[in-house]
Design a protein around this ligand. Structure first.
Ligand code: SF4
Length: 297
């Protein structure tokens, strides 16, 4: 782990309860941009959502890739990665037993078919790069930085590679089932978010932001510049101010669009004839936390 990133223990894993300041994460910032009411349902009301098998598969594949980079370089081959799937799934499903309820037809070998579909994502990964030739500085890196304006940014970066010359590459694996064109703007927003965080933590603008789409075996690389990150930082500050303003009054408006089909909360949404629960007030301590599912979309 680098010494320049703030690394903290996930909430609830230490001896004492962890109280954390409200922060902005890329997933929650994207939610607010997409639909303020969706942000409220997720970050303030914290309404439960039932993950899809594709989301859980994404979490599994991310965990396997993280473990793969924990192996000696020469062992990072596709068969070893596939061997990691079943034991990693055993651990994840023990930690979140509700995920096993997604699989109802054991006799039809539903779980085996699902694990086989995760193998395909790993095959796509190995088509894109050879992990034996890489030595990432960090995987699943928790980062946190307070901007000059007082906005606290927080997130998890799938992988950070640092070249001997000091150039930084931010890598994100995309495993979601949603069409790529729908997710691309969201993914780029997320990558710029991480670029701002790393730039402010280390004083170096990342050389490359790389998205690896494991469902279609393609990748997208982008080189940010400092002026762009300055503008993006202002955008993040404006989003946070808008969130705080809505948070005071509870005025989170719905903004319907094509992503409503992926929203779990139509039953509570006035756009679909529903009624939101009574506003519980601005949450303390934290309205910005991301789940493992958020991080693996
Ligand atoms: S259904 Fe659409 S408009 Fe309603 S909360 Fe969800 S994303 Fe927003």
């Amino acid at each position: 782990m680098p010494d320049t990133a703030t690394v903290t223990t996930p909430p609830g894993t230490g001896d004492a309860p962890v109280r954390r300041r409200p922060a902005l994460s890329p997933s929650r910032a994207s939610d607010f941009k997409q639909c303020p009411l969706l942000y409220r349902f997720r970050a303030v009301d914290r309404l439960p959502e039932v993950p899809t098998k594709a989301q859980v598969r994404g979490t599994l594949v991310h965990a396997v890739l993280e473990r793969l980079f924990g192996l000696p370089a020469g062992d990072r081959v596709a068969p070893r990665a596939k061997d990691l799937l079943a034991p990693t799934w055993a651990e994840l499903s023990a930690a979140s037993p509700e995920w096993t309820e997604l699989f109802t037809d054991a006799e039809a070998g539903e779980t085996d078919k699902w694990l086989a579909s995760a193998e395909k994502l790993l095959d796509a990964y190995f088509e894109l790069e050879d992990p034996r030739r890489l030595e990432p500085e960090a995987c699943e890196l928790h980062v946190e930085i307070e901007l000059g304006s007082g906005v606290l940014l927080r997130g998890y970066i799938d992988r950070v590679d640092v070249a001997p010359t000091g150039e930084i590459r931010v890598v994100d694996y995309k495993t979601g089932a949603a069409p790529r064109e729908i997710g691309e703007a969201k993914a780029m927003f997320q990558m710029k978010f991480y670029a701002v965080v790393l730039w402010r933590l280390r004083g170096v603008v990342p050389r490359q932001l790389k998205l690896m789409y494991l469902t279609d075996g393609q990748s997208l690389a982008y080189t940010p510049d400092e002026a762009e990150l300055v503008r993006f930082e202002r955008t993040l500050e404006a989003i946070w101010q808008a969130i705080l303003k809505a948070g005071k009054t509870g005025d989170f408006r719905p903004n319907p669009g094509k992503l409503c089909s992926w929203c779990d909360h139509q039953a509570h949404c006035p756009e679909f004839g529903g009624t939101p629960p009574e506003y519980p007030g601005w949450p303390e301590p934290d309205a910005g936390e991301e789940t493992a599912l958020d991080r693996a979309d």
